[in-house]
Design a protein around this ligand. Structure first.
Ligand code: HEM
Length: 226
């Protein structure tokens, strides 16, 4: 097996940020006194996903959505052979491809309904002009936000379970590759990034970290009431 370079710095660092921001945002959602932190981490998660979506169009090979395997026959084949070794995937396998696109979509729905809950029902944040005492009483957006957040958690659960099955049963090095960038494949593939992609990465990672810093440390920002 030949050592190949598949996931550039942007994918690996953004993945760590996603894990961190998701875990903190989800955990703090249950504590009323920590609501502002919940909103800050949730919005920062949205920033990371926003740039990951752009990376799906301007990123290098295998990171682009057009290189994802959305073929339903492939997905069926992959799932039916879940406990045996299947064909090698340089990029995302069909189950990962679907899980990743679902996570992005559901994360955005969760963040949007979170902003609506915060604005319409709590009279805070950029949608506070939509505040309605009636909607506050029936808490419709809160319910929808909880639904999408739990759906997000469920997809993350399936994603993690799939990654562990991949590692321990299929003996794939997908998890290691999300840390090191390297996979061992039958032929050498080395993904290279362009100058534009390197600049995009710099903006992506700095903006994601800075947005969290700004949301937490700027006490009179328009997004969060502290
Ligand atoms: C907790 C929240 C998590 C979220 C929101 C998340 C999200 C994502 C996303 C968006 C990608 C695509 C990365 C890219 O193409 O740039 C990805 C890939 C991946 N993630 Fe996660 N992830 C999470 C946790 C984890 C954990 C805990 C593990 C390890 C057990 C893991 C293992 C992987 C692997 C192995 C891949 C690459 C899959 C493949 O090769 O097709 N993820 N994840």
């Amino acid at each position: 097996m030949k050592k190949s370079y598949i996931w550039p710095f942007a994918n690996r660092v953004s993945h760590i940020l996603l894990v961190l921001f998701f875990v903190v945002a989800y955990t703090l959602g249950d504590f009323k006194s920590l609501l502002s932190y919940h909103v800050a981490f949730g919005l920062a998660l949205g920033v990371v996903f926003f740039f990951r979506t752009g990376w799906g169009f301007v990123g290098p090979k295998y990171s682009k959505f057009k290189d994802f395997d959305f073929n339903l026959q492939d997905l069926k084949g992959y799932l039916l052979s879940v406990f045996s070794k299947t064909k090698e995937y340089a990029g995302h396998n069909p189950a990962s491809s679907w899980a990743i696109i679902s996570m992005i979509l559901v994360a955005f729905l969760s963040i949007l309904t979170g902003l609506l809950t915060y604005g319409v029902e709590a009279h805070h944040g950029i949608l506070s002009f939509l505040y309605s005492p009636y909607l506050k009483k029936i808490q419709i957006f809160k319910g929808v936000h909880e639904f999408f957040s739990n759906l997000f958690l469920a997809i993350v659960g399936v994603h993690i379970a799939g990654s562990l099955i991949d590692k321990f049963i299929k003996k794939s090095d997908a998890i290691d590759s999300m840390v090191s960038g390297h996979k061992h494949l039958s032929k050498v593939i080395n993904v290279k990034t362009t100058i534009f992609q390197n600049v995009y990465t710099l903006v992506w990672i700095s903006f994601s970290v800075f947005s969290l810093y700004y949301l937490i440390f700027t006490k009179d920002n328009i997004f969060i009431i502290w």
